[in-house]
Design a protein around this ligand. Structure first.
Ligand SMILES: [Cu+2]
Length: 421
């Protein structure tokens, strides 16, 4: 890819990141409006930024000039949460993630996928040097991605080790109100030290959301207590009841359509080899109110501002060892599937836009035929989610941007790239 100028892309990412970090550090009352208009803020006397745990003063030279202070912001120090690893961490009960104790076994003829969740108070790094005081499931934001097959039993043993009362509320078709994870039902909220075992039937197939339902709701969510539940369709059930997975009446289902739906279901089900051919990723759009004024200062895909932006490289797709900020590298010949959820608080909607490519979208992921075809932008309300399927097989290798098309969200961290190789 000799014609591609990776360093120019890196420069731009760094300028945006510099502006964001400078603004967060320079004034505790920074609002996102101030960040966006912050030319004059760069390099101003640094007050203590809220939530800034590490103040090593790595900002030499007084912040960004017109070309930014390249390298001054740089890489993330904290590697306990890696947004690149998070993309591919699906917890199915088989021990995928060290900090998520899990097991898979049969019980009364049903597959049980069991997980141990713990709510803790912690800090998460949202931009280089900027830490946010979070409440988190198993210490990470977003919380661990749970993955099950339609009809399985998901058993979550939940212990609250945080200083506030929490719950886990799943967006699933849940027949037992005791398991709904709200203050009014079942165990209600769990105080510090309390625990409860939630049991949910994995239904319907789709991309779902879970979050704490304690009050005030907006605070418990925006602090970080949320994650996704991916429910894979069961191809055998799809063969029996295809009309439940598409926008067709049972009388309109032909043998051909049925076969197509079953084939699609196999590509979505992690227990079928057909699924191996698809590159699957989880992206949670989230945001952070660093000064607790009820508006967000930082936006991200999977928590870290610009984590999928362009860092320094040799220009041939080889990122240097230890780099924590780089594009999502994908094989152009492989089908790409993104399980996308919106966990943004305070703003009504978030969005996902791809450059130079159009995609199919499955709203809530509950259908096997697209609910939107050939679009390059979708929006999601709070807690809305869906599946995006992308194909770059006809594209030249190189950098393809994707970002929120609320342009201010993009400038405040929610801007990313695929690197097609
Ligand atoms: Cu909570």
């Amino acid at each position: 890819m000799p014609s591609l100028d990776y360093s120019r892309a890196a420069d731009l990412s760094e300028r945006l990141e510099q502006r964001l970090v400078d603004s967060l550090e320079s004034d505790v009352t920074t609002t996102r409006r101030a960040v966006l208009g912050s030319i004059g803020l760069a390099g101003s006397a640094a007050l203590t930024g809220i939530g800034r745990a590490d103040s090593e003063g790595e900002h030499g030279g007084g912040g960004g000039g017109s070309h930014g202070n390249f390298g001054a912001v740089g890489e993330y120090d904290n590697t306990t949460f890696d947004p690149h690893e998070f993309l591919y961490q699906f917890n199915t009960g088989r021990g995928e993630q060290e900090n998520v104790p899990q097991a898979i076994y049969e019980e009364d003829g049903r597959t049980v996928r069991e997980f141990e969740f713990t709510a803790v108070d912690t800090t998460v790094t949202i931009a280089p040097g900027i830490e946010f005081p979070a409440w988190a499931y198993n210490g990470q934001v977003p919380g661990p991605t749970i993955r099950a097959v339609e009809g399985d039993l998901i058993r979550v043993t939940f212990e609250n080790l945080g200083r506030h009362a929490h719950t886990i509320h799943p967006h699933l078709r849940n027949l037992n109100p005791e398991m709904d994870g709200i203050p009014q039902n079942g165990p209600g909220v769990l105080d510090t030290g309390e625990s409860f075992t939630y049991e949910w039937i994995a239904q319907p197939a789709g991309t779902h959301f879970y979050h704490c339902h304690s009050l005030p709701l907006k605070e418990h969510i925006h602090r970080g207590l949320y994650g996704t539940i991916v429910i894979d369709p069961d191809p055998e059930r799809v063969a029996e009841r295809p009309e439940e997975y598409c926008n067709y009446h049972a009388s309109q289902i032909t043998d051909e359509l049925r076969a197509d739906l079953v084939a699609e279901a196999k590509t979505r089900n992690h227990e079928y080899p057909e699924n191996d051919a698809v590159n699957e990723m989880v992206i949670v759009m989230n945001s952070f109110d660093t000064n607790f004024d009820g508006g967000n200062e930082v936006y991200a895909a999977n928590t870290r501002a610009f984590a999928y932006g362009v860092g320094r490289t040799d220009g041939e797709g080889n990122w240097q060892a230890g780099e924590t900020k780089h594009p999502i590298q994908i094989d152009g010949q492989q089908r790409q599937r993104i399980y996308l959820a919106n966990a943004t608080e305070f703003d009504l909607v978030n969005s996902f836009h791809t450059h130079s490519q159009f995609f199919d979208y499955y709203d809530h992921g509950t259908t096997l035929t697209p609910t939107l075809q050939t679009v390059d932008t979708i929006m999601q309300c709070q807690a809305q989610r869906g599946i995006i399927e992308l194909d770059y097989s006809t594209h030249d290798p190189g950098l393809y941007m994707f970002h929120a098309h609320q342009s201010e969200f993009a400038e405040l961290g929610w801007m990313s790239f695929f690197e097609v190789v």
